[in-house]
Design a binder for this molecule. Sequence first.
Ligand code: HEC
Length: 181
Amino acid sequence: MKIIIILLVIGIFLVLCGLAFINSGLFDVAATKPETEIVKWVLQTTKEKSVRSRSKDIAVPNLNDESLTMTGFNNYDQMCVGCHGAPGISPSVIGEGLNPEPPDLSELALHMPPEELFWITQNGIKMTGMPAFGPTHSDEELWAMVAFMQKLPDLSAEKYKSLKEESEKMPQEHNHGDHSH
Ligand code: HEC
């Protein structure tokens, strides 16, 4: 009985300390202030485990279909480059000012499975700059973006530029870039 009372008192004390810390304004929310290693580890691990457990049952369609490339490219070029950059293109000032930093997707696509790339693009990541594209895009478009991300590691800056030229030549109705529903 005594031990329960002691634990309860410690518990209440910790909650009060937490509330005092929140109200004190001591925590620095500035994006320019880097996280400590421990906070980084907590956030990174929470994200990884959350994405893995939520994406593991997603069925991956055939992503080698060449017809996905242009749809994927158009969406990527219009919605992702500003933050993540692309072969030969640096992120914009918005991408550079974000904390956490948007990663280079051509490196990431090498080791992240397609169902995780899909889940993140569809749902976004809370409390980071990563938006959810599921509310505005169909699954087919999202998978085309995943197929395109998987091509990024082998894509040269010249090839990216030539895709852009090809896309600009296409008639508007075949350009699925800014599709919204
Ligand atoms: C406004 C900026 C912004 C835009 C636009 C954006 N992202 Fe992100 N993205 C981020 C940030 C910031 C992160 C890092 C989140 C983190 O570290 O937890 C991220 C992370 C990701 C990740 C996961 C990386 C990881 O390490 O877990 C993927 C995949 C991704 N973005 C894909 C995309 C795709 C595809 C698009 C375009 C359709 C896109 N993003 C557009 C900011 C953006």
